[in-house]
Each structure stands twice: as structure tokens, then as C-alpha cells.
Design a protein around this ligand. Structure first.
Ligand code: PMT
Length: 414
């Protein structure tokens, strides 16, 4: 894990062709103010929006614009150019650039540099709201996230095209903060098949909510989006593990390379999880309903004159406790989550003991935290040995750090 600060960091900024390119000039200034050295590469389209001369004046370095221009090399080919950097930042990243990155194309300076790197890449998308929300773009984003690419933004707001919604590039200071976080997070590029810190291991992850039927129309559910659990499955797969994701209903794409078992109820999640064993690691990130309606109606309950129906609840199986208590095929490492609105650490410690797991990831789901459905999470790792508070990070970064911790624990080094 290479922890680094902005002071002294070597960054490669790739400016894509979008209106937001003008904000990237400010980004260069903000990064340099904080002591980073910023090399800049510009796509052909970017030069329609801002000039290489402006970027050169602000970065204090020659700007690269052409893959083949020998005069631009300044002693460095594009491979060295990307390898020399601690972090690559793509801002703005257009829908086209994201698509070409997701498919591993290398037909110009930007894409060739991005493919040639073995360093982390942080992307700040900027595009029209419909382009951002288009399933093709969302597929590309999911695939890049699975590859370990980090994202900042896009923000909601009024766009240059006059429409409103998500698609505006994050503000330069938000990108600076994301660069700082990215420099501090572990470097973990997806390993080739059969390689990586979890190569040869099997990981089972639960994710998302469960839906407990009241009748064929209605159900009891919760606010989990599955983002945290899916990110953990993607990170485990990226670390080389054979990964099975048992997921409740979510709107998320399946993480690449992960076997996904889709269920609705807690009891179905329990059965699918037990069927997925044996495993080296089990991570229970799902928000499983503790109760179900004892006698769900086979027909839609009609609104009658008798007032609201009384629902009798029955307790659901506790999947985490059951996996942790298994004999013969208990995973070496059983990791639970604790979602609390108060007394986070005390409740997490109590859960660690009561459910018999090895590690609890405690996160607050109090109103205003934005943990359910949000992009970020702030977690505290609770074990019998003590607690470790992690900084607020994206859910992908939490997932990668958790997977690295699991790998170290399996290897017996923590
Ligand atoms: O999905 P997101 O929108 O990204 O949000 C992420 C999250 C908040 C859902 C996630 O980070 C999280 O905290 N997941 C656990 C939610 C939860 O149900 O916590 P809990 O404290 O109620 O349960 C404790 C643990 O027991 C959890 O690991 C849970 O998966 C497990 N459990 C609970 C009940 C049950 N019947 N079976 C279980 O396995």
C-alpha cells in the first residue's frame, strides 16, 4: 500500500473533449498549488475547447497532443509517460472516451496511454445527462469500476446544453480531494487470471436488500442499493478470487467475472449462500430483513371495511450467524457488517460476539449519512483485537481495502 500526499505527487492529466475542459485548466492550477507535478496530455477533441498553450502555461511543462509526434516526446514515449505518474486523472472524460477505455482501445494518445499504464486511474466524467444515463454508458462505467478505475462525479446540475441532471463534471476542488484519496488508497490493478492476492481462493458475498412478500403485490424491504456488496464482489474477483455474489433485488449490473445468484427473500438468500459454500471468505454485506410476514397472502389483500390488516411477523434465519457456526465447511474468514443508527461501535462489538464472526465492518446508517444508496462509506473495522477507523472513501475503495485486509488475514500476516 503506497500512501502518498499531493505534495510531490506526479500526476498525468488527460483532458478529453468536452465543454468542461476549461475546468481542467483550473484543476491543473489547484494541483500545482498543492505541490503536485502535473503532466498533461490532450485529446484532439479537447484542443477544440482549450488550447495546449494554456495547459502548458499552467502546468509549466510541455503538453502532449499526438501519439506519433516525435518532437513532442521530450525524451519520453507514452509508455514511460504513464508509468512515470503516480496517478492518471482523466478530466473531463466524455462518453466516447469512457467507452473506448472500457473496451481497451488504443487508437490515440489518450487511450494508448491509459492502456499502457499499471497505475491507478481516476476519472471525472462530463457529458449530457441522457448520455450519462444511457445503459451503454452505465455498462461501461460498471465495467471500468470492476477494473479498479476510480470515479469522481458527475454532479447534478444545469448543463451547458440547457438540460438538468447528472452529467456535470465534478468541481476542481472535489477532483483534488478525490486525487488525494486515490493517492492514499492501495494500488490494486486486476491481476491476470490465476494471479492476485486472492488467487486460488473462493469468496462468497451477500449484497442488496431482501424483499419479504406481504401478498403478490406488496413487500417489506429496505433501502440497500447493493453498491457496497457488489463493489466487494468486484474487488474480490479483481484480486483473483473465484467469487459468488448472492444478491437481493438491485438496479446494478453484475460485476464482471462474478457468478451472481439472484434471490428475493431472506430464506432464499440463506439457501443460496449455504449452497455456495465451501469458501475461504464469506462477506455478509446484504441488508437482510430480520422478519418476514408469517403468512403471506397468495392473493392481493383487498382494502376492505375492516381497516388496515394486522401483519404477523416471523423471524428470518440469520445467515451470518449460521455460516459462522458451521462445522466442516466454515469459511476461514467470516466478515459481517453492522448497520447502526446509534452506539455504532458498541453494537458492532456485540454483533461480532453474538454472530460468531471474525470481523465486523461497522457503518452508520443514521439519517443524513447517505450510506444507503450513496457512493461513499465511512467504516470502522471491529475485531476481537480492537477497532480501526477508516477514512470516508468511495464504496469501491472500501471494498478494495477490505479485500486486501482479507488477503493479509488469510496469508496470516495480520
Ligand atoms: O447497499 P448499499 O446501499 O451500498 O448500502 C450498504 C449497506 C449499508 C447495506 C452495507 O454497508 C451494510 O451495512 N450491510 C449490512 C446491513 C445490515 O443488515 O446490517 P445489520 O446490522 O442489520 O446486520 C448485521 C449483519 O448480519 C450483516 O452482515 C447482515 O448481512 C447479517 N444478517 C442480518 C440479518 C439476517 N437475517 N441475516 C444476516 O446475515
Amino acid at each position: 500500500m503506497t500512501a502518498q500526499t499531493l505534495a510531490g505527487a506526479r500526476l498525468l492529466l488527460i483532458i478529453g473533449g468536452g465543454v468542461a475542459a476549461y475546468k481542467s485548466l483550473d484543476l491543473i492550477r489547484r494541483l500545482r498549488e498543492r505541490g503536485s507535478a502535473v503532466n498533461v496530455a490532450m485529446s484532439a477533441a479537447a484542443q477544440r475547447f482549450v488550447t495546449p498553450l494554456s495547459a502548458e502555461a499552467l502546468s509549466g511543462r510541455p503538453v502532449r497532443t499526438d501519439l506519433f509526434a516525435p518532437t513532442e516526446h521530450s525524451g519520453m514515449g507514452h509508455i514511460e509517460y504513464s508509468r512515470d505518474a503516480d496517478l492518471l486523472v482523466v478530466a473531463p472524460a466524455t462518453a466516447d472516451l469512457l467507452a473506448r477505455m472500457a473496451h481497451g482501445l488504443a487508437d490515440d494518445l489518450a487511450t494508448t496511454t491509459l492502456l499502457a499504464t499499471d497505475k491507478r486511474t481516476l476519472v471525472a466524467p462530463a457529458m449530457n445527462v441522457r448520455m450519462w444515463l444511457h445503459p451503454a454508458t452505465q455498462r461501461n462505467v460498471a465495467s471500468l469500476r470492476g477494473d479498479g478505475v476510480l470515479f469522481v462525479g458527475p454532479d447534478d446540475g444545469e448543463m451547458a446544453c440547457g438540460e438538468f441532471g447528472p452529467g456535470r463534471m465534478a468541481e476542481p476542488l472535489a477532483i483534488v480531494a478525490a486525487v488525494e484519496r486515490a493517492l492514499q488508497s492501495p494500488t490494486l490493478l486486476p491481476p491476470p487470471p490465476g494471479a492476485g492476492p486472492l488467487a486460488g481462493r473462493r469468496v462468497v458475498v451477500t449484497s442488496g436488500p431482501t424483499y419479504e412478500p406481504i401478498d403478490p403485490v406488496r413487500f417489506l424491504g429496505n433501502r440497500s442499493s447493493g453498491k457496497q456488496g457488489h463493489a466487494i464482489a468486484a474487488a474480490a474477483r479483481a484480486a483473483g478470487a473465484e467469487t459468488i455474489l448472492v444478491s437481493g433485488p438491485t438496479a446494478l449490473a453484475d460485476p464482471p467475472g462474478v457468478k451472481v445468484v439472484k434471490i428475493e427473500t431472506a430464506r432464499a438468500m440463506r439457501d443460496a449462500t449455504i449452497a455456495a459454500l465451501p469458501a475461504d471468505v464469506f462477506v455478509a454485506a446484504a441488508a437482510v430483513a430480520d422478519w418476514r410476514v408469517a403468512d403471506a397472502s397468495a392473493e392481493k389483500i383487498k382494502k376492505g371495511s375492516g381497516g388496515a390488516p394486522a401483519l404477523e411477523l416471523a423471524e428470518n434465519p440469520d445467515i451470518l450467524a449460521e455460516v459462522a457456526a458451521r462445522r466442516g465447511d466454515r469459511p476461514t474468514l467470516v466478515i459481517g457488517f453492522a448497520a447502526e443508527t446509534q452506539a455504532l461501535i458498541d453494537n458492532a462489538r456485540a454483533k461480532l460476539e453474538r454472530k460468531g464472526c471474525d470481523l465486523i465492518v461497522a457503518n452508520s446508517v443514521a439519517a443524513g449519512e447517505g450510506t444507503f444508496g450513496g457512493a461513499d462509506n465511512q467504516v470502522t473495522i471491529v475485531t476481537a483485537d480492537g477497532i480501526e477507523e477508516w477514512p470516508r472513501m468511495s464504496k469501491e475503495e472500501v471494498a478494495r481495502a477490505l479485500v486486501m485486509l482479507a488477503a493479509r488475514k488469510l496469508a496470516g500476516s495480520t
